[in-house]
Design a protein around this ligand. Structure first.
Ligand code: AMP
Ligand code: GLY
Length: 434
């Protein structure tokens, strides 16, 4: 069977890499992919942009693609699954309507409130004066969010009224996020420990993936601006068996059922970003209609069962018969970034040291690999691998303990270099400090 993975990040490299080990897969195509998916055996890049739905559709028809797995939210929100389904093709992900759960924060917040799913108190505004006068009457910190997709950068945690007002003005008056910022959500600041709870959903049944935690802040100690994610590990120690039950009962099941009541049959990855409060209550920070990046990288290293069979079962509505099997060993991934990220950065710098992999054939029967450099913003030019984005590589490793996984991931990262390469040295610190 032929699989097409749509996207070009570290998440897509990990999804394509895992799909290649499926017992039913012959060939995995990645559109457009990166230098990592270009060089891995069994993967082939196709130069079609992830947003170019009509060209992807034509490719899928011509190459008899049996399953398309969509990585990023953009094409999902733009309706890639709707178009593929109209043409009778299997495309794993939610429809455009269902993807509103990520595509519009107002939609998500209203949905959470309507279904009594715990989340931060909030108000939405389209008028800048209304938003500013609301800020005059509340306590700080608060969180100001652009309504639409802003690549993780449309969220400002404002410690003071001044910062909150500036964020509102940037979004509503200066149009900093274009249409994505034409509505803002102002919400209560939640304290606690953040967890990524990602599931596969078939419209009714829910197959939880291993839990994970992500470091979103740019700098060590979880300081500095928000990024797409600077590193992640799995499992999240804070989600024990009881917490897993609570999350399923209070968040995931009511979400899938609430969508059904609206006539939305949600198929795809469903990612709840949760804040676990000191009171032991999980509250939803956001939904994503896709897998997390970089959470995918450590989670795929731990997945022993067949990702492609899980996705096909979800599309066919028989997820209740699937069981995900996990490597007991923790995995940890460190993101190697370009100088200047998450602000502006140079591209086109030659990367060295990418041929390192940790191999241990006795410990992992599916791949024999215990560490891997997943590519994100990379490209090939004149035979060299060059930087092509802000997050460039995710060095990911399994270990007998989280500490061992951390050591292995950093050892692997050390072999890689380019001008201005940097990474956080403390990925996993919260879990290791527990
Ligand atoms: P979002 O895109 O809504 O997930 O926000 C990005 C990040 O901002 C989250 O991963 C949290 O780290 C932080 N964040 C968002 N909303 C809140 C909140 N209400 N309280 C505290 N932190 C938040
Ligand atoms: N790592 C966070 C996200 O994928 O949204």
């Amino acid at each position: 069977m032929n699989v097409l993975v749509v996207g070009s990040g570290g998440r897509e490299h990990a999804l394509a890499w895992k799909s290649r080990y499926s017992e039913v897969v012959d060939q995995v195509f990645v559109a457009p992919g990166n230098a990592g998916t270009a060089s891995d055996e069994g993967l082939k890049n196709i130069s079609i942009n992830a947003e170019d739905i009509e060209s992807l559709l034509e490719f899928a028809k011509n190459e008899s693609i049996d399953l398309t797995i969509v990585g990023p939210e953009g094409p999902l929100v733009a309706g890639i699954v709707d178009r593929f389904s109209e043409e009778g093709l299997k495309c794993f992900g939610p429809t455009a309507r269902a993807a509103q759960l990520e595509g519009s924060k107002t939609f998500a917040k209203d949905f959470l409130a309507d279904n009594q799913i715990p989340t931060a108190a909030y108000r939405s505004f389209v008028d800048v004066h209304d938003a500013l006068s609301y800020l005059d009457g509340i306590e700080f910190p608060v969180v100001v969010k652009a309504d639409g997709l802003a690549a993780g950068k449309g969220v400002v945690i404002a410690e003071t009224r001044h910062e909150a007002k500036k964020a509102v003005e940037d979004m509503l008056s200066s149009n900093r996020f274009g249409d994505a910022g034409s509505t803002v959500v102002i919400e209560e600041f939640l304290e606690g420990e953040e967890v990524s709870y990602i599931c596969i959903v078939d419209g009714e049944n829910i197959l939880p993936m291993a839990t994970s935690q992500d470091h979103k802040a740019a700098y060590e100690g979880d300081m500095g601006p928000n990024t797409g994610g600077m590193g992640a590990y799995s499992p999240a120690a804070v989600v024990d068996e009881r917490m897993h039950q609570v999350i399923m009962e209070q968040v995931m099941i009511p979400t899938v059922q609430g969508l059904r009541k609206m006539g939305i049959h949600y198929v795809g990855f469903l990612y709840a970003g949760l804040m676990i409060g000191k009171d032991g209550c999980p509250r939803v920070l956001e939904f994503n209609c896709r897998f997390g990046d970089p959470e995918t990288q450590p989670i795929m290293m731990r997945l022993k069962s067949d990702l492609v069979l899980h996705c096909l079962a979800a599309i066919d509505g028989r997820l209740n018969r699937e069981k995900a099997v996990w490597d007991d060993r923790p995995a940890l991934g460190v993101v190697l970034a370009s100088e200047g990220y998450p602000g502006s950065y140079k591209k086109g710098l030659v990367i060295s040291g990418l041929d390192t992999q940790l191999s241990n054939s006795s410990s992992d029967e599916s791949s024999g690999i215990t560490g891997k450099l997943f590519h994100a913003g990379t490209d090939v030019q004149s035979g060299n691998i060059i930087t092509a984005g802000g997050r460039v590589i995710c060095s990911t490793a399994l270990g007998g303990s989280l500490l061992e996984a951390q050591k292995a991931a950093y050892a692997l990262a050390e072999s890689v270099s380019w001008d201005g390469c940097w990474y956080r040295r403390d990925i996993g610190f919260k879990a290791l400090g527990r």
